[in-house]
Design a protein around this ligand. Structure first.
Ligand code: PEP
Length: 252
């Protein structure tokens, strides 16, 4: 695939936000997604909303934020990828930093989750990112590329897996890295992907995530090797999310 031919991809992550009433946001988001022909859009919702959201907005891919690596079993409180697919999920996030931290998920766990999601027919957004201390110590690129090497399935391909680079210190803080740092990291991720999966790396999308909003999206999405965004807080309302979809269309 030629460089520059990757379609922009904007995915929302509602985290543990959203009740049934929040589904009124879906219609305008789906309308903006339908209108912007050059951008792929998805929303990753709490599990409780997936079925209703998939019914309410059939053209908008609805995803989960995690899945268990097993097909079924004695795992109280967990949900398998097949269960998510059955209720209408088309994708899932795996390896978000909040789960790496809150649930102590390892790279091996995340790899197994990505494999399970793919086996169940879901696309995968695989997250990676460094802490502020790691960046300050000059370890950001080594840390992030090691996360990818250890958590990306060996048979990963661009038609089902997307990388999301999310510096942990930028998530939910209103802080964003310098665009030169984003370019350096996304370039390093692309090189690591080439080591791991060869030419397929040039087709794989690498999203930026961390305090992206309508005011900074155009600049971030114009950075080399930034193929879209994973958006938390600004995906919760159509008012804030639609401008990011429009910025991605403008950057396409
Ligand atoms: C996220 O958690 O994936 C994220 C990018 O959050 P926010 O946009 O709120 O920083």
């Amino acid at each position: 695939m030629a460089m520059g031919a990757r379609r922009k991809f904007v995915a929302g992550n509602w985290k543990m936000h959203g009740m049934a009433g929040s589904l009124s946001e879906l219609q305008p988001i789906a309308a903006a997604a339908d209108a912007s022909k050059s951008v792929d859009v998805a929303l990753c919702l709490p599990s409780t909303l997936i079925a209703r959201a998939a019914d309410a907005a059939p053209t908008l891919p609805i995803g989960a934020q995690d899945c268990h690596q097993a097909e079924h079993g004695a795992h109280t409180g967990c949900v398998s990828a097949a269960m998510l697919a059955e209720v209408g999920a088309r994708l899932t996030i795996v390896g978000h930093s909040e789960r790496r931290q809150d649930q102590q998920e390892s790279n091996a766990d995340i790899k197994a989750k990505a494999e399970a999601a793919h086996a169940a027919g879901l696309s995968v957004i695989l997250c990676c990112g460094e802490t502020e201390a790691q960046r300050d110590a000059g370890q950001a690129i080594a840390r992030v590329t090691a996360q990818i090497a250890e958590s990306m399935p060996d048979d990963a391909s661009a038609d089902w897996l997307t990388i999301a680079y999310e510096p942990i210190w930028a998530i939910g803080t209103g802080r964003v890295p310098q665009t030169s740092d984003v370019a350096e990291m996304h370039g390093a991720i692309r090189m690591k992907l080439r080591d791991l999966i060869g030419e397929e790396a040039d087709a794989m999308r690498i999203l930026y995530g961390g305090s992206m909003n309508g005011g900074n999206a155009a600049e971030l999405l114009a950075v080399s090797d930034v193929d879209g965004g994973l958006v938390g807080g600004a995906s919760l309302s159509a008012d804030k999310f639609v401008p990011i979809i429009e910025a991605a269309a403008g950057a396409s």
